[in-house]
Design a protein around this ligand. Structure first.
Ligand code: GLN
Length: 479
C-alpha cells in the first residue's frame, strides 16, 4: 500500500485526498515511515506525527523543508554547528504559506552549511548521499531536499537557490528544481546567505508539482520588502507543444563552453531536438558576460555573507563557548561553530568590502552583474527563453572536489548568471549519461526566462517534460 502511495506525485495524491479516496494522515504517515528509514542522511529532523491539515490545495502533503527555513519550536541549524540547539521563535513565511495551503513539515533537510556548497559535503552533520549511487554527491546546497525527493523519502521539498542550489542538486538527483524570479517568494525567516540573490523554490517529481508548490509559496509579504509575488499567481501548466516559442542557446553556457561533459552535451542536444519537434524555434545566441558570472558571484555572495553572518556571535543564537571575556567568547564560538568553507567566505567577503578594496572588487563585481543582466535583457528581445545544461557534469564522487574549491565553484557555471540577473530558471531531468565507467546518472536541462515569466516557463517545461518522458513512473533511481 505505502509503495503505491509513494509512487504518486503530489498533484495525484492531492486529488485522491480531495476525492476522499485517501486520508491526508495515511499519506503523510507513509512518508513518515519512509523518512524514518533515511539511509541517505537527507534529514536532520523528522516529524513524529502526521502534521498536515485537512483543507486546502495541499491538504495532507508532507514536505521536506531545507534546514535553512526557521520553523517555530523545531530545530533549525542551516547545516552549521553554530546553530546547534537553536529553536526559532517564529516560522518562515514560505513554510507558513505551505501550511496555510494544508501541507505539513515532514522533516528538515540536510544542506551545505549556510547554503555554501555544491555537494552537501560542507554540512556540519555529514554529507547526503545521492540515491542513484551512494558513492556520489547529491549536489548542493539543497542536497538533502533533492535526495529526499529522488529517494522517495519525501513527496516534495523546498530549498533555496543563491547561485544554483536548487537547480544543480535537482539535476544531479533527477528531479525538477525551480528558482523563481527574485522577489516571487518571501525570504522572511529564511536564514540569509547573500540576500540579493537568495530565493526559495520547489524541488519536486514533476513540473506540475513544482507549479503547485510555487502557487502556494509565492506572494507579497509585509515582512520582506523585496517580495512582490507573481501577478495572477501560478496556473497549473498544460501546454502540449511549444509552437510560437523561440529558444536561444547561449553559446557561452552550452555549445562553445568548456568543461561540459560529453554525456551532458549529448542529452542537451537531444533535448534541443525535442523542442524543435514540439514546434519551438531554436537558434544560437550570446550572453557575452556570462563567463564572468562565477568571478562576480564569488565576490558578491561572500561580501553579503560576511555581513549576514556577523550576527552569529554566541550571544543571540545556538552555540556559545565558555570563556573568560566577551571577545574571547565571540572568537571561540565563531572558530568552533563555523566550518572551513564558511570561514573562507567570511574572509573573502570582508576583504572585498574593506575600504581600500571596495571599489576594485565589490564595485567592479556589481558592474559585471549589471552587464550580465543586460545580456539577458537583450537575449529576451529575440527569444522567449534561453536553455542550457543545468550542471556541466553529472553527480561526482564524494571527496572528488573537496580539496579544490575552484573546481567545486565551477559546478554552478551554468546557473549563477540567472541568479545574478534575478530571473527565473528551472531544471528538469532530461535523460541519463554514464560518466567514465560509472553507472547511468541523471542530466538536468535548464530553461530560463525573463523576470516574472515563471508561469510561462513552467508551461514550456511541462510540454518538454512530457516529450522527454523522464516521468516519475519510469524515472527515479533503480530500486
Ligand atoms: N554553490 C554555490 C555556492 O556555494 C551556490 C550556493 C547556493 O545557491 N546557495 O555559493
Amino acid at each position: 500500500m505505502s509503495d503505491e502511495l509513494i509512487g504518486l506525485t503530489v498533484s495525484q495524491a492531492a486529488d485522491r485526498i480531495r476525492a476522499g479516496d485517501l486520508t491526508g494522515e495515511e499519506y503523510f504517515d507513509a512518508y513518515r515511515e519512509a523518512a524514518t528509514g533515511d539511509s541517505l542522511n537527507a534529514f536532520l529532523w523528522t516529524a513524529d506525527e502526521a502534521a498536515a491539515s485537512v483543507d486546502g490545495p495541499l491538504a495532507g502533503i508532507p514536505v521536506a523543508v531545507k534546514d535553512i527555513f526557521c520553523t517555530k519550536g523545531v530545530p533549525t541549524t542551516a547545516g552549521s554547528r553554530i546553530l546547534e540547539g537553536y529553536l526559532p521563535p517564529y516560522t518562515a513565511t514560505a513554510v507558513r504559506r505551505l501550511r496555510d495551503a494544508g501541507a505539513g513539515v515532514l522533516g528538515k533537510a540536510n544542506m551545505d552549511e549556510f547554503a555554501m556548497g555544491s555537494s552537501n559535503e560542507n554540512s556540519a552533520y555529514g554529507p547526503v548521499l545521492n540515491p542513484w549511487d551512494a558513492e556520489r554527491v547529491p549536489g548542493g546546497s539543497s542536497g538533502g531536499s533533492a535526495a529526499a525527493v529522488a529517494g522517495r523519502l519525501a513527496a516534495c521539498a523546498i530549498g533555496t537557490d543563491t547561485g544554483g542550489s536548487i537547480r544543480q542538486p535537482a539535476a544531479l538527483c533527477g528531479v525538477v528544481g525551480m528558482k523563481p524570479t527574485y522577489g516571487a517568494v518571501s525570504r522572511y525567516g529564511m536564514i540569509a546567505f547573500a540576500s540579493s540573490l537568495d530565493q526559495c523554490g520547489p524541488l519536486t517529481r514533476d513540473v506540475t508539482d513544482a507549479a503547485l508548490l510555487l502557487g502556494a509559496l509565492q506572494g507579497r509579504d509585509s515582512c520582506d520588502s523585496t517580495s512582490v509575488g507573481i501577478d495572477g499567481g501560478i496556473e497549473p501548466p498544460s501546454s502540449e507543444n511549444l509552437e510560437g516559442l523561440r529558444f536561444g542557446v547561449p553559446q557561452e553556457l552550452a555549445g562553445e563552453a568548456e568543461g561540459i561533459e560529453p554525456g551532458v552535451s549529448e542529452v542537451f542536444e537531444r533535448t534541443v531536438g525535442l523542442i524543435e519537434e514540439l514546434g519551438g524555434e531554436v537558434s544560437d545566441t550570446h550572453l557575452p558576460h556570462a563567463r564572468h558570472g562565477i568571478s562576480a558571484y564569488y565576490v558578491l555572495a561572500p561580501a553579503e555573507a560576511s555581513a549576514n553572518l556577523a550576527r552569529f556571535d554566541g550571544v543571540r543564537y545556538g552555540l556559545r563557548l565558555p570563556s573568560e571575556d566577551l571577545t574571547e567568547m565571540y572568537e571561540e564560538t565563531r572558530a568552533q561553530g563555523f566550518g572551513d568553507e564558511v570561514k573562507r567566505r567570511i574572509m573573502l567577503g570582508t576583504y572585498a568590502l574593506s575600504s581600500g578594496y571596495y571599489e576594485a572588487y565589490y564595485g567592479r563585481a556589481q558592474r559585471v552583474r549589471t552587464k550580465i543582466a543586460e545580456d539577458f535583457s537583450e537575449a529576451f528581445e529575440s527569444f522567449d527563453f534561453v536553455v542550457s545544461p543545468t550542471s556541466p557534469s553529472v553527480a561526482f564522487k564524494l571527496g572528488e572536489r573537496t580539496g579544490d574549491p575552484l573546481a567545486m565553484y565551477l559546478s554552478d557555471y551554468c546557473t549563477v548568471p540567472m541568479s545574478l540577473a534575478g530571473i527565473p530558471a528551472i531544471s528538469i531531468p532530461a535523460g541519463l549519461a554514464k560518466p567514465d565507467g560509472g553507472p547511468e546518472l541523471p542530466v538536468g536541462f535548464q530553461i530560463a526566462g525573463p523576470a516574472f515569466s515563471d508561469s510561462a516557463m513552467l508551461d514550456a517545461a511541462y510540454a518538454l517534460e512530457r516529450a522527454i518522458g523522464f516521468g516519475h513512473e519510469n524515472g527515479g533511481p533503480p530500486a
